[in-house]
Design a protein around this ligand. Structure first.
Ligand SMILES: O=C(O)CCC(=O)C(=O)O
Ligand SMILES: [Fe+2]
Length: 235
């Protein structure tokens, strides 16, 4: 791909937050190359910080192959926010599809922040949240409102999957506030849904989106190939 083409893709990525490449069917090396347009591939989490079991399609362990049945992601989340430096982006190809179902949804967390009245934005701006489940993943504290390092836009940045409490806030009060933020974020108006064909690739920005892998395909097999891209410490 030309340098101009890559710059255009990066621009579209920052503007649209999720990009789709229908039926690209990339081999692992091609997948890594495509993902590299959007950042620096990093090794998939080791099992002690991420429950997922994975096989690797390459020696560097940058391309993982994951069985969706054994590693469901049917909850709203942003990838590995329990890490100190969560992945900036993820690039996914669906290799095996069930006979029906298995769509994925994403939502725009900039719009969730923008929807808050100024006093509620100020409340969110002042809070920090704890991410991760002790014994299962790392634990780290991140701001509830994240400023995107490239666009400068602010996004609500808590998720049902990994955010467990608010720092320095009474536990019960914190749970109510988190529920409020999740409700603000999880609006159909902010969502898109992709019905996969085999070989489709999606790349999304973890700094301003959440996603949900719909687990509606019973006992059927579904397999994904995935590359994650290194990220900054959220500010
Ligand atoms: O399988 C999917 O559609 C998405 C799974 C997921 O959450 C991920 O790969 O980060
Ligand atoms: Fe995910």
């Amino acid at each position: 791909m030309s340098e101009g083409g890559e710059a255009e893709l990066r621009e579209a990525f920052l503007e649209h937050q999720v990009l789709f490449f229908p039926e690209l069917r990339p081999e692992p090396e091609e997948h890594k190359r495509l993902a590299s347009v959007f950042g620096v591939p990093e090794v998939h989490g080791s099992s002690d910080e991420d429950q997922r079991e994975a096989f690797y399609a390459d020696d560097e362990r940058l391309v993982s192959i994951i069985d969706s049945k054994r590693n469901p992601a049917n909850f709203w989340h942003t990838d590995a926010t329990f890490r100190e430096r969560p992945p900036a982006a993820s690039c996914l190809c669906v290799r095996v599809l069930p006979s029906r179902g298995g769509d994925t949804m994403w939502l725009d967390t900039y719009r969730a922040y923008d929807s808050l009245a100024p006093p509620l934005q100020a409340l969110a701006d002042g809070l920090r949240a704890i991410h991760g489940h002790r014994g299962l993943t790392d634990q780290n504290v991140h701001p509830v409102v994240r400023t995107h390092p490239e666009t400068g836009r602010r996004a609500l940045w808590v998720n049902r999957g990994w955010t467990t409490a608010l720092e320095g806030v009474d536990y019960k009060q914190g749970q109510r506030l988190l529920e409020f933020f999740f409700d603000v974020m999880e609006q159909p108006e902010y969502m898109c849904r992709w019905s996969w064909s085999v070989g489709d690739v999606a790349v999304w920005d973890n700094r301003c989106t959440m996603h949900y892998a719909i687990a509606d395909f019973g006992e059927e097999y579904r397999e994904i190939q995935r590359v994650i891209l290194a990220g900054d410490r959220p500010v």
